[in-house]
Design a protein around this ligand. Structure first.
Ligand SMILES: Nc1ncnc2c1ncn2[C@@H]1O[C@H](COP(=O)(O)OP(=O)(O)OP(=O)(O)O)[C@@H](O)[C@H]1O
Length: 446
């Protein structure tokens, strides 16, 4: 400890600030008059050296920020403010500021002010968040919840129809979390039989069943130190629900055919298109597992519930296709726009992207017309359940499970039995198509 004893007070301060920033991110310490006492190297870099000891906090920021900053010091509310003058990097154009009051023996001694970059222009209504674009306020609020949830270890349950971006939310949660350097694994609980799924999740030991010629780690162990995304979690069999609950409670797994529990450190993000509470009420899902999984519930609205996103997204997809396509399609005709806007989008954003890809292939000139939209946009042929009335934009709940089997069979006929292309035509995922076919066969057998 000799070297520790030689530390000078200034060095102690530097070390303390370094340690503080390691835990809390860029930090500025203020005295009781809101003057800067000290700031860490991360805070100096983020504020582009606009703050120095003795200055008042607001002096480093744009004039308009003063009231916002005072409010942030008085309450736990976060302020989004701009630095003073032009900035070197767009990253620092806007910063989030949150203050923790400091007190000694009941007397205020100042604040620890935490800073973080804000990637969102506070004046703009649109946002691209980890591949999810929107201008819908509810979606943007969800992004903020995702950012907060990512900072914790809480299990998150994402609910939304097929193609609303559930998997994207899971990857965003991972990328924004302290586990970002660890693995991200995804598994679809609807796509495998219960016994196969058990071995895929928890692994197996050699000889556990016919064909188990070597040990297999399973997704839980492969996601060690990272995040495991359990898609379609409501489809888990009762036996696997019980096993998953045990894993969440004990943080250990037992591979199929194994005896010894193995510790796992994995964050769970689960997703479903079903209302899990209803599944619980109807006895299909364990209540205790639901509460474990949905510590933070996130409900992604269907595309038809945010109609303001339909056309801008269509144009974004068109621009992407133009960038890599052979011929540019520069605009969408008024009639085609109306049809896109009126459609119910059962397959949500995934379906919209597929529709734009189809129309781009079919288009002959720089204007995309209604004739180039896929057959389901032909008004006479379109079933009523795929129409969204513009007069009453209330959601017509078209769930993938409402897709009639005959729609699927027709799509399969059109694609000569190619399931991937049929799913794409219907705007549903391959797994959803497979599940609907399986449910259909089950219904026939009963
Ligand atoms: N708001 C959005 N902006 C841009 N792309 C989006 C948006 N929402 C979804 N997508 C795109 O749609 C596709 C489907 O997204 P994703 O796989 O995350 O959906 P999902 O809800 O998990 O679907 P499923 O339940 O069928 O597996 C992806 O290519 C994704 O990038």
């Amino acid at each position: 400890m000799k070297s520790g004893a030689r530390l000078l007070p200034e060095e102690v301060l530097r070390h303390s600030l370094r340690a503080l920033e390691l835990f809390a991110g860029p930090t500025v310490l203020l005295d009781a008059q809101a003057r800067v006492l000290a700031l860490g190297t991360e805070a100096q870099a983020l504020t582009e050296n606009r703050l120095s000891p003795g200055q008042r906090l607001h002096e480093g920021f744009a004039k308009t920020a003063e009231n916002e900053l005072q409010a942030a010091l008085r309450s736990p509310r976060e302020a989004v403010v701009s630095l003073a003058g032009p900035t070197a990097s767009p990253r620092t154009r806007a910063l989030r500021v949150r203050a923790t009051p400091l007190a000694e023996e009941g007397r205020s001694t100042g604040w620890a002010v935490h800073l973080s970059p804000c990637h969102v222009d506070p004046n703009s209504r649109e946002e691209l968040f980890h591949g999810l674009w929107t201008q819908d306020l509810r979606m943007r609020r969800l992004f903020r919840i995702i950012e907060k949830a990512a900072r914790t270890e809480a299990n998150v349950l994402v609910r939304g129809e097929s193609g609303t971006g559930k998997e994207r939310v899971a990857t965003a949660l991972h990328a924004l979390s302290s586990r970002a350097r660890g693995p991200f694994r995804a598994i679809n609980c609807a796509a495998l039989s219960p016994s196969l799924l058990e071995s895929e999740l928890f692994g197996h030991v050699r000889g556990a069943f016919t064909g188990a010629v070597r040990d297999s780690p399973g997704h839980f162990r492969l996601a060690q130190g990272g995040t495991l995304f359990l898609d379609e979690v409501a489809e888990l069999s009762p036996e696997l629900q019980a096993k998953l609950l045990r894993v969440l409670e004990t943080r250990t797994i037992i591979p199929v055919g194994g005896r010894e529990p193995i510790s796992v450190d994995v964050r769970i993000v689960a997703a479903t298109h079903r209302a899990l509470r209803q599944e619980v009420e109807q006895g299909r899902f364990r209540a205790d597992l639901m509460y474990r999984l949905r510590v933070v519930p996130i409900f992604l609205p269907a595309l038809r519930e945010r109609p303001g996103d339909i056309l801008p997204l269509a144009e974004r997809f068109l621009a992407e296709l133009n960038a890599r396509g052979s011929h540019p399609v520069l605009r969408i005709s008024a009639q085609a726009r109306r049809q896109l806007q009126e459609y119910a989008w059962p397959g949500n954003v995934r379906e919209l992207r597929n529709v734009m890809e189809y129309a781009h292939v079919m288009s002959e000139g720089p204007t995309l017309t209604e004739a180039e939209l896929p057959p389901e946009f032909n008004e006479q042929a379109r079933p009523a359940r795929l129409r969204r009335s513009l007069a009453s934009p209330a959601p017509t709940a078209v769930q993938p499970r409402d897709l009639h089997l005959e729609d699927i069979h027709r799509a399969l006929e059109q694609t000569q039995g190619n399931r991937v292309r049929a799913a794409s035509l219907l705007g549903i995922s391959r797994v959803t198509l497979w599940r609907r076919l399986r449910e259909g066969q089950g219904a026939k057998a009963r």
